[in-house]
Design a protein around this ligand. Structure first.
Ligand code: GDP
Ligand code: MG
Length: 369
C-alpha cells in the first residue's frame, strides 16, 4: 500500500493517534486522525517519533527494548533440556525417572505439580531444568515463534525398536536448531534390546556417537529400571559446561511461556521459564498480548516463591488473560505501559488474522518502499 491512515500508523507505532495529528500539524499538515497520508509523510513521522525499525520481530513486536547484558553481569545458569523421541520410546518414563533424581524433592515436603517444566537439584547442588511439555510440538512451535529456550536435546530411542519417523524428525529439528543432542538408548533392560544396532542406524542419519568415532554423546538407560540415569545426568552436565550457559540475574525479568491455561480457581496461569533477570512477586509485566502483575509464583513442587531467576520454571498468577506457548514475558515499568503494549500486540494479531496486512513496522516499511 502507498498510503496509510494516521490512526493505523499510530497503532503500528504504538503511539497515540492524537500525538501524530499534533506532529503533522506542526509539520504544516492539518489533518484528522482518519486522513490518509503518503509514504514520505509516514516515514517522516516514524523518524520524528524516533522509532527504531530494528526492534521489530515477526508477530510479537518488541516494543519493550531488550538490550544485551554486559559480560561482567553474566552468571552461570542451569541448562534447559528437552526430551524428544518417538511415541512409546519412553519420554514420559524418562522424565519421571529424572525427576526422581532431585535431592531436594520430598525434603521440601511439596507435592509434584505438572507445570510443563521442572528443575532438579543434583547431589553437587547444580541444577538442570527439564521441559516436560509434549516434546515435539513444544519444541518446533516455540522455535517457529523464535523462542529458543532449549539448550540441549535428549533424544530417546528404544533399544528394542529402532529409529522411527518421530526419531528422525527429532534429529532433523535438533540439527536445524543447532542444539547439541545426547542420545539416550532406552529400555536396555529388555531382552530384545540391541543398543549397537541403534548406533549403527544413527549413522545413516548423520548422527555419529562417540563409540562410532563421532562426537555425539550416547548413554544406555532404562527409565523403568532406573539404569544409567546418573550417567545421563553427567553427560548433560558435561554438555552444559561446554556451552558456558550464562545470564544476568540482576535485571528486570524476561521469560518465555512454556504453557498457559485458565484455571478454575486461580484464573489465567502461565508457566514461565525465566531467560534472564529475576521475576518477583509484584512485578508488572507484558506477556504476548496479555499483561499483568505477579500475584504469586509457584514452582513445580507446589511451593510459593518470592522470586525466580534464570532457567527457573515457575507458574505465574495475576495475568489479564491466557497467553500462548512461546510468548515472551517482559517486566515493564508501569501497568499503563504493560496494558498499552499488550493492547498493541492484540491489535497486530487481530489485524494479521483478518487481513494480509503486513503486521510489523519492518514489513510495513518494505511495503511502503
Ligand atoms: P513416551 O510415549 O515416549 O512418553 O513413552 P512412555 O514413557 O509412555 O513409555 C511407553 C511404554 O514403554 C510404557 O509402557 C513404559 O512403561 C515402557 N517403558 C519406558 N521406559 C522403559 C524401559 O526403560 N524399559 C522397559 N522395559 N519399558 C519401558
Ligand atoms: Mg509420553
Amino acid at each position: 500500500p502507498e498510503a496509510i491512515t494516521v490512526q493505523e500508523l499510530a497503532n503500528r507505532m504504538a503511539e497515540k493517534g492524537a500525538d501524530l495529528v499534533k506532529a503533522l500539524f506542526k509539520m504544516g499538515m492539518p489533518v484528522t486522525i482518519n486522513a490518509t497520508i503518503d509514504q514520505d509523510t509516514a516515514e517522516l513521522l516514524v523518524t520524528e517519533f524516533g522509532h527504531n525499525i530494528q526492534r521489530v520481530s515477526d508477530a510479537d513486536i518488541d516494543l519493550v527494548e531488550t538490550e544485551a547484558d554486559a559480560d561482567e553481569t553474566l552468571q552461570p545458569r542451569a541448562p534447559v533440556v528437552t526430551i524428544m523421541g518417538h511415541v512409546d520410546h519412553g519420554k514420559t518414563s524418562l522424565l519421571d525417572a529424572l525427576r526422581g533424581t532431585d535431592v531436594v524433592r520430598g525434603e521440601a515436603g511439596g507435592i509434584t505439580q505438572h507445570i510443563g517444566a521442572y528443575q532438579v537439584t543434583l547431589k553437587d547442588k547444580s541444577k538442570i531444568t527439564f521441559l516436560d511439555t509434549p516434546g515435539h510440538e513444544a519444541f518446533t512451535e516455540m522455535r517457529a515463534r523464535g523462542a529458543d529456550v532449549t539448550d540441549i536435546v535428549v533424544l530417546v530411542v528404544a533399544a528394542d525398536d529402532g529409529l522411527m519417523p518421530q526419531t528422525i524428525e527429532a534429529i532433523n529439528h535438533t540439527k536445524a536448531a543447532g542444539v547439541p543432542m545426547i542420545v539416550a538408548i532406552n529400555k536396555v533392560d529388555k531382552h530384545e534390546a540391541n543398543p549397537q544396532r541403534i548406533r549403527e542406524r544413527l549413522l545413516e542419519h548423520n548422527v555419529q556417537v562417540e563409540e562410532m568415532g563421532g562426537e555425539t554423546q550416547d548413554v544406555e538407560v532404562s527409565a523403568l529400571k532406573k539404569i544409567g540415569l546418573d550417567t545421563l545426568v553427567e553427560k548433560i552436565q558435561l554438555q552444559a559446561e561446554l556451552l558456558e550457559l550464562r545470564a544476568n540475574p540482576d535485571r528486570e525479568a524476561e521469560g518465555t511461556v512454556i504453557e498457559a491455561k485458565l484455571d478454575k480457581g486461580r484464573g489465567p496461569v502461565a508457566t514461565i521459564l525465566v531467560n534472564r533477570g529475576t521475576l518477583r512477586v509484584g512485578d508488572v509485566f507484558v506477556v504476548g498480548a496479555e499483561s499483568g502483575k505477579v500475584r504469586a509464583l509457584v514452582n513445580d513442587k507446589g511451593m510459593q516463591l518470592k522470586e525466580a531467576g534464570p532457567s527457573v520454571p515457575v507458574e505465574v498468577l495475576g495475568l489479564s488473560g491466557v497467553p500462548m506457548a512461546g510468548d515472551p514475558l517482559q517486566v515493564v515499568e508501569s501497568e499503563a505501559r504493560a496494558r498499552e503494549v499488550a493492547a498493541y500486540r492484540a491489535g497486530v494479531i487481530q489485524q494479521k488474522r483478518t487481513t494480509n496486512t503486513p503486521a510489523s513496522l519492518e514489513s510495513m516499511f518494505s511495503a511502503l518502499k
